[in-house]
Design a protein around this ligand. Structure first.
Ligand code: KIV
Length: 290
Protein backbone atom coordinates (compact mmCIF):
# COMPACT_ATOMS: atom_id res chain seq x y z
CA UNK A 1 0.00 0.00 0.00
CA UNK A 2 1.32 3.41 -0.91
CA UNK A 3 2.04 5.63 2.06
CA UNK A 4 0.34 9.06 2.20
CA UNK A 5 2.82 11.91 2.81
CA UNK A 6 2.71 13.35 6.35
CA UNK A 7 2.23 16.93 5.06
CA UNK A 8 -1.04 15.78 3.44
CA UNK A 9 -2.40 14.67 6.83
CA UNK A 10 -1.31 17.90 8.44
CA UNK A 11 -2.95 19.94 5.67
CA UNK A 12 -6.14 17.87 5.93
CA UNK A 13 -6.34 18.31 9.71
CA UNK A 14 -5.79 22.05 9.48
CA UNK A 15 -8.44 22.30 6.77
CA UNK A 16 -10.94 20.43 8.95
CA UNK A 17 -10.21 22.54 11.99
CA UNK A 18 -10.61 25.69 9.95
CA UNK A 19 -13.82 24.49 8.30
CA UNK A 20 -15.28 23.54 11.68
CA UNK A 21 -14.41 26.89 13.17
CA UNK A 22 -15.91 28.68 10.16
CA UNK A 23 -19.13 26.68 10.62
CA UNK A 24 -19.26 27.62 14.30
CA UNK A 25 -18.47 31.30 13.74
CA UNK A 26 -21.26 33.54 15.00
CA UNK A 27 -21.61 36.96 13.43
CA UNK A 28 -21.71 39.61 16.11
CA UNK A 29 -24.32 42.36 15.91
CA UNK A 30 -22.83 45.79 15.26
CA UNK A 31 -24.22 49.31 15.03
CA UNK A 32 -23.93 48.97 11.23
CA UNK A 33 -26.05 45.83 11.25
CA UNK A 34 -28.70 47.55 13.39
CA UNK A 35 -28.75 50.40 10.88
CA UNK A 36 -29.09 47.91 8.01
CA UNK A 37 -31.97 46.20 9.85
CA UNK A 38 -33.85 49.52 9.94
CA UNK A 39 -33.17 50.09 6.25
CA UNK A 40 -34.54 46.70 5.23
CA UNK A 41 -37.48 46.93 7.63
CA UNK A 42 -36.37 44.11 9.95
CA UNK A 43 -37.50 44.80 13.53
CA UNK A 44 -34.82 44.88 16.22
CA UNK A 45 -35.31 42.79 19.38
CA UNK A 46 -33.86 44.12 22.62
CA UNK A 47 -34.17 42.97 26.25
CA UNK A 48 -32.46 43.86 29.50
CA UNK A 49 -29.88 41.63 31.17
CA UNK A 50 -27.93 42.11 34.36
CA UNK A 51 -26.10 38.81 34.91
CA UNK A 52 -24.12 36.09 33.14
CA UNK A 53 -26.64 33.21 33.24
CA UNK A 54 -29.51 35.29 31.86
CA UNK A 55 -27.23 36.75 29.17
CA UNK A 56 -26.29 33.22 28.03
CA UNK A 57 -29.98 32.30 27.64
CA UNK A 58 -31.07 35.52 25.89
CA UNK A 59 -28.06 35.58 23.57
CA UNK A 60 -28.51 31.89 22.76
CA UNK A 61 -32.15 32.56 21.87
CA UNK A 62 -30.98 35.12 19.31
CA UNK A 63 -31.71 38.51 20.87
CA UNK A 64 -30.18 41.37 18.84
CA UNK A 65 -29.41 43.86 21.62
CA UNK A 66 -28.94 43.35 25.35
CA UNK A 67 -29.39 46.41 27.53
CA UNK A 68 -27.67 46.42 30.89
CA UNK A 69 -30.33 48.82 32.11
CA UNK A 70 -30.19 50.88 35.25
CA UNK A 71 -33.52 49.12 35.89
CA UNK A 72 -31.13 46.72 37.67
CA UNK A 73 -31.63 49.18 40.51
CA UNK A 74 -35.30 48.07 40.64
CA UNK A 75 -35.34 44.42 39.65
CA UNK A 76 -31.97 43.28 40.99
CA UNK A 77 -31.50 45.52 44.03
CA UNK A 78 -35.12 46.23 45.00
CA UNK A 79 -34.88 50.02 44.96
CA UNK A 80 -37.98 52.06 44.20
CA UNK A 81 -36.24 54.09 41.46
CA UNK A 82 -33.23 53.80 39.15
CA UNK A 83 -31.42 56.63 40.91
CA UNK A 84 -29.42 54.76 43.59
CA UNK A 85 -27.43 52.41 41.32
CA UNK A 86 -23.76 53.37 41.07
CA UNK A 87 -21.25 53.34 38.23
CA UNK A 88 -19.30 50.51 39.92
CA UNK A 89 -22.48 48.44 40.23
CA UNK A 90 -23.40 49.03 36.57
CA UNK A 91 -19.89 47.95 35.54
CA UNK A 92 -20.22 44.78 37.64
CA UNK A 93 -23.57 43.89 35.99
CA UNK A 94 -22.30 44.77 32.50
CA UNK A 95 -19.09 42.76 32.75
CA UNK A 96 -21.14 39.71 33.86
CA UNK A 97 -23.43 40.11 30.84
CA UNK A 98 -20.56 40.58 28.38
CA UNK A 99 -19.00 37.28 29.54
CA UNK A 100 -22.24 35.51 28.61
CA UNK A 101 -22.73 36.69 25.04
CA UNK A 102 -21.47 35.54 21.65
CA UNK A 103 -23.66 37.56 19.28
CA UNK A 104 -25.72 40.35 20.87
CA UNK A 105 -24.74 44.02 20.91
CA UNK A 106 -24.43 45.07 24.57
CA UNK A 107 -25.54 48.57 25.56
CA UNK A 108 -24.85 49.78 29.11
CA UNK A 109 -26.89 52.50 30.84
CA UNK A 110 -24.93 55.44 32.21
CA UNK A 111 -26.31 55.63 35.78
CA UNK A 112 -27.78 58.75 37.34
CA UNK A 113 -25.04 61.11 38.52
CA UNK A 114 -22.33 59.72 36.25
CA UNK A 115 -22.82 62.17 33.36
CA UNK A 116 -25.07 65.07 34.35
CA UNK A 117 -22.31 67.12 36.05
CA UNK A 118 -20.13 68.05 33.09
CA UNK A 119 -18.78 66.58 29.88
CA UNK A 120 -15.36 65.60 31.34
CA UNK A 121 -17.04 63.58 34.08
CA UNK A 122 -19.39 62.06 31.50
CA UNK A 123 -16.47 61.01 29.29
CA UNK A 124 -14.62 59.54 32.29
CA UNK A 125 -17.69 57.50 33.26
CA UNK A 126 -18.25 56.26 29.71
CA UNK A 127 -14.61 55.24 29.34
CA UNK A 128 -14.75 53.33 32.63
CA UNK A 129 -17.83 51.44 31.40
CA UNK A 130 -16.21 50.53 28.08
CA UNK A 131 -12.81 49.59 29.57
CA UNK A 132 -13.97 47.74 32.68
CA UNK A 133 -17.11 46.00 31.41
CA UNK A 134 -16.30 45.29 27.76
CA UNK A 135 -19.73 46.61 26.72
CA UNK A 136 -20.18 47.79 23.14
CA UNK A 137 -21.97 51.08 23.67
CA UNK A 138 -23.72 53.22 26.27
CA UNK A 139 -27.20 54.74 26.72
CA UNK A 140 -27.94 58.18 28.14
CA UNK A 141 -31.24 59.81 29.11
CA UNK A 142 -31.96 63.30 27.77
CA UNK A 143 -31.68 65.61 24.77
CA UNK A 144 -30.26 69.12 24.28
CA UNK A 145 -29.37 69.49 27.96
CA UNK A 146 -26.73 66.72 27.74
CA UNK A 147 -25.57 67.47 24.18
CA UNK A 148 -21.99 68.45 25.17
CA UNK A 149 -21.47 65.23 27.11
CA UNK A 150 -22.80 63.08 24.26
CA UNK A 151 -20.59 64.87 21.71
CA UNK A 152 -17.52 64.36 23.90
CA UNK A 153 -18.27 60.66 24.41
CA UNK A 154 -18.92 60.14 20.70
CA UNK A 155 -15.63 61.84 19.87
CA UNK A 156 -13.88 59.13 21.93
CA UNK A 157 -15.36 56.54 19.55
CA UNK A 158 -18.01 55.25 21.97
CA UNK A 159 -21.41 54.45 20.40
CA UNK A 160 -24.24 56.29 22.17
CA UNK A 161 -27.91 55.31 22.26
CA UNK A 162 -30.26 58.15 23.24
CA UNK A 163 -33.32 57.80 25.48
CA UNK A 164 -36.28 60.22 25.36
CA UNK A 165 -39.89 60.31 26.57
CA UNK A 166 -40.31 58.84 30.03
CA UNK A 167 -36.76 58.99 31.32
CA UNK A 168 -36.86 57.28 34.74
CA UNK A 169 -33.79 59.12 36.07
CA UNK A 170 -35.99 62.27 36.03
CA UNK A 171 -38.87 60.67 37.91
CA UNK A 172 -38.80 63.27 40.69
CA UNK A 173 -39.14 66.04 38.08
CA UNK A 174 -42.06 64.25 36.33
CA UNK A 175 -43.73 63.16 39.58
CA UNK A 176 -45.39 60.11 37.95
CA UNK A 177 -44.63 57.25 35.52
CA UNK A 178 -47.51 58.38 33.27
CA UNK A 179 -47.29 58.65 29.46
CA UNK A 180 -45.05 61.57 28.38
CA UNK A 181 -45.31 64.07 25.51
CA UNK A 182 -49.09 64.04 25.18
CA UNK A 183 -49.10 67.85 25.06
CA UNK A 184 -47.92 69.63 21.91
CA UNK A 185 -45.08 71.55 23.55
CA UNK A 186 -43.50 68.43 25.05
CA UNK A 187 -44.03 66.48 21.81
CA UNK A 188 -42.31 69.24 19.80
CA UNK A 189 -39.37 69.30 22.22
CA UNK A 190 -39.09 65.49 21.94
CA UNK A 191 -38.97 65.68 18.11
CA UNK A 192 -36.32 68.44 18.28
CA UNK A 193 -34.26 66.38 20.73
CA UNK A 194 -34.57 63.24 18.60
CA UNK A 195 -33.33 65.10 15.50
CA UNK A 196 -30.48 66.62 17.53
CA UNK A 197 -29.38 63.22 18.89
CA UNK A 198 -29.29 61.84 15.36
CA UNK A 199 -27.43 64.91 14.03
CA UNK A 200 -24.66 64.72 16.64
CA UNK A 201 -24.12 61.02 15.93
CA UNK A 202 -26.15 58.75 18.24
CA UNK A 203 -26.48 55.34 16.59
CA UNK A 204 -29.96 54.63 17.96
CA UNK A 205 -32.71 56.02 20.17
CA UNK A 206 -35.04 54.56 22.81
CA UNK A 207 -38.48 56.12 23.15
CA UNK A 208 -40.26 55.24 26.39
CA UNK A 209 -43.96 55.54 27.12
CA UNK A 210 -45.09 58.14 24.58
CA UNK A 211 -48.12 58.16 22.24
CA UNK A 212 -47.84 55.70 19.37
CA UNK A 213 -48.51 58.41 16.74
CA UNK A 214 -45.61 60.52 18.03
CA UNK A 215 -43.26 57.52 18.12
CA UNK A 216 -44.28 56.68 14.52
CA UNK A 217 -43.48 60.21 13.40
CA UNK A 218 -40.04 60.12 15.07
CA UNK A 219 -39.20 56.68 13.60
CA UNK A 220 -40.20 57.92 10.13
CA UNK A 221 -38.22 61.16 10.40
CA UNK A 222 -35.06 59.54 11.75
CA UNK A 223 -32.73 57.36 9.72
CA UNK A 224 -31.23 55.76 12.88
CA UNK A 225 -33.10 52.84 14.52
CA UNK A 226 -35.76 53.86 17.05
CA UNK A 227 -36.51 51.27 19.75
CA UNK A 228 -39.73 51.59 21.70
CA UNK A 229 -40.98 50.57 25.14
CA UNK A 230 -44.61 51.53 25.55
CA UNK A 231 -44.28 53.51 22.29
CA UNK A 232 -46.46 51.35 20.05
CA UNK A 233 -45.78 49.17 17.02
CA UNK A 234 -44.58 51.73 14.44
CA UNK A 235 -40.95 51.94 15.60
CA UNK A 236 -37.92 49.97 14.44
CA UNK A 237 -37.65 47.63 17.42
CA UNK A 238 -38.93 46.82 20.89
CA UNK A 239 -37.34 46.58 24.32
CA UNK A 240 -38.78 45.17 27.55
CA UNK A 241 -37.37 44.52 30.99
CA UNK A 242 -36.68 40.77 30.93
CA UNK A 243 -37.87 40.14 34.49
CA UNK A 244 -41.21 41.75 33.59
CA UNK A 245 -41.79 39.85 30.31
CA UNK A 246 -40.82 36.54 31.94
CA UNK A 247 -43.22 37.13 34.83
CA UNK A 248 -40.49 37.10 37.48
CA UNK A 249 -41.67 40.49 38.72
CA UNK A 250 -45.32 40.48 39.75
CA UNK A 251 -46.30 43.94 40.83
CA UNK A 252 -45.53 45.80 37.56
CA UNK A 253 -48.43 45.60 35.09
CA UNK A 254 -48.51 48.52 32.63
CA UNK A 255 -50.61 48.23 29.47
CA UNK A 256 -47.53 47.94 27.23
CA UNK A 257 -46.17 44.87 29.00
CA UNK A 258 -46.81 41.47 27.42
CA UNK A 259 -45.89 38.54 29.68
CA UNK A 260 -44.36 35.61 27.78
CA UNK A 261 -44.08 33.33 30.84
CA UNK A 262 -45.11 33.14 34.48
CA UNK A 263 -41.72 32.24 35.89
CA UNK A 264 -42.62 33.45 39.35
CA UNK A 265 -45.26 30.70 39.59
CA UNK A 266 -42.95 28.07 38.08
CA UNK A 267 -40.11 29.02 40.44
CA UNK A 268 -42.38 29.12 43.49
CA UNK A 269 -43.71 25.62 42.66
CA UNK A 270 -40.17 24.29 42.19
CA UNK A 271 -38.93 25.75 45.46
CA UNK A 272 -42.04 24.55 47.36
CA UNK A 273 -41.42 21.03 46.04
CA UNK A 274 -37.75 21.21 47.03
CA UNK A 275 -38.60 22.34 50.56
CA UNK A 276 -41.14 19.56 50.89
CA UNK A 277 -38.65 16.93 49.61
CA UNK A 278 -35.97 18.10 52.04
CA UNK A 279 -38.35 18.11 55.01
CA UNK A 280 -39.75 14.68 54.16
CA UNK A 281 -36.23 13.24 53.61
CA UNK A 282 -37.22 12.37 50.04
CA UNK A 283 -34.20 14.36 48.80
CA UNK A 284 -31.48 13.27 48.43
CA UNK A 285 -31.78 9.55 47.74
CA UNK A 286 -28.86 7.11 47.88
CA UNK A 287 -28.60 7.50 44.08
CA UNK A 288 -28.06 11.22 44.54
CA UNK A 289 -25.28 10.66 47.08
CA UNK A 290 -21.57 9.63 46.78
O1 KIV B 1 -33.10 50.62 32.37
C1 KIV B 1 -33.87 50.11 31.54
O2 KIV B 1 -34.29 48.96 31.67
C2 KIV B 1 -34.27 50.93 30.41
C3 KIV B 1 -35.34 50.40 29.51
C4 KIV B 1 -36.64 50.50 30.17
C5 KIV B 1 -35.33 51.04 28.19
O3 KIV B 1 -33.77 52.00 30.23
Amino acid sequence: MRSIPVFFFVALTQFNVRTMSVQKEIKRITTHQLQAMKQRGEKISMLTAYDYSMAVILDGAGIDVLLVGDSASNVMAGHETTLPITLDQMIYHASSVVRGIKRAFVVVDMPFGSYQGNSSEALRSAIRIMKESGGHGIKMEGGAEIKDSIVRILSAGIPVMGHLGLTPQSIYKFGTYNVRAKEEAEANKLIEDALLLQEIGCFSLVLEKIPSTLAKRVAEELSIPVIGIGAGPHVDGQVLVTHDMLGITQEFNPRFLRRYAELSTIMTDAVTNYISDVKSRDFPTEQEAY
